[in-house]
Design a protein around this ligand. Structure first.
Ligand SMILES: [Zn+2]
Length: 292
């Protein structure tokens, strides 16, 4: 199951308080609904799948006793009898116009603010997980609504970015920790744990990759240096140019132990690591000068 679906399933529960129920319901309808006016009156379709449609129906029924039916995977709020409910939910103004942002009385209390955000996620939210990075996105039809949602997140110290996409207004939260905090805020603790596990797994992979790159790079350098020392040692020996006993010994030791570190060579020869490095350096420079 995708993380978005897990989160939606988790937050699509009826809040205990009536105030929160109203806030959540309003958010789902406002962010996920499309309104149509016909001869039969108002009709609002809310998509987002069966889970969202059923949650919406339950919330609406709990508050207003009915007025929602399910059509395929959509919830349909229908009939002029629901006008009063939609006004109290801040979807319509009393004048009949559609509210552009979050209605004044909704999302006042701390509990309702969280419920509203959860409802908005149900209506238009998703968690996007590209190969690297994390993003929680809400895609709104109205700019005013998107901006009100940004204020709600800001109330909980969560900074959201904005973008426009296909004539819709996007709010996004990047960075794994902030996305994780947002999920917790909306009441999706299981979703949050799952995301945290993914973040930890990715971090571990990065560290392991960095370490192994680092090892390989070091190994490459060591091998390269050793190859050069062996070439020099063999070349000088061949030409009988290793008259200095100390240099001749270190050259032999290197040729016999091409993979040994300076420390290991030092131990073999009974001299310090620094002395090995210095003498092998002399061997290489002797050969380099000879070649020129
Ligand atoms: Zn509340």
């Amino acid at each position: 199951m995708k993380l978005s679906a897990i989160v939606k399933k988790e937050i699509a529960v009826d809040p205990e308080e009536k105030c929160c129920r109203q806030a959540m319901l309003s958010a789902v309808i406002h962010t996920g609904g499309t309104v149509s006016f016909s001869r039969e009156g108002i009709k609002i379709f809310v998509g987002g799948g069966c889970l969202v449609a059923e949650a919406l129906k339950d919330l609406f029924t709990a508050l207003y006793g009915g007025g929602v039916k399910l059509e395929k995977s959509k919830a349909v709020i229908e009939g002029d009898s629901v006008r009063g409910a939609l006004i109290s939910l801040g979807i319509f103004k009393t004048s009949g116009e559609i509210e552009s942002g979050i209605g004044g009385m909704l999302a006042r209390g701390e509990c309702c603010k969280k419920a509203y955000l959860a409802g908005a996620f149900l209506g238009c939210g998703s968690v996007v997980l590209p190969k690297s990075g994390y993003s929680l996105e809400l895609l709104c039809e109205s700019e005013a609504l998107r901006d009100d949602l940004i204020k709600l997140f800001a109330h909980f110290n969560i900074v959201a970015g904005t973008a426009e996409k296909d004539f819709k207004y996007k709010l996004y939260i990047k960075d794994g920790q902030t996305v994780s905090d947002s999920l917790a805020l909306m009441g999706a603790s299981k979703g949050m744990l799952q995301l945290n596990a993914l973040i930890a797994e990715r971090e571990l992979k990065q560290v392991t990759a960095r370490l192994s790159n680092c090892d390989l790079a070091n190994l490459d350098r060591t091998v390269e240096v050793s190859v050069k020392q062996c070439e020099a040692a063999a070349g000088l020996k061949r030409k009988g140019l290793l008259v200095d006993k100390k240099l001749a010994d270190v050259a032999d030791a290197r040729l016999k132990n091409p993979e040994a570190s300076y420390e290991e060579l030092g131990r073999l020869m009974g001299i310090s690591k620094g002395a090995v490095k210095y003498r092998l350096g002399r061997v290489v420079s002797l050969w380099d000068n000879k070649e020129k």
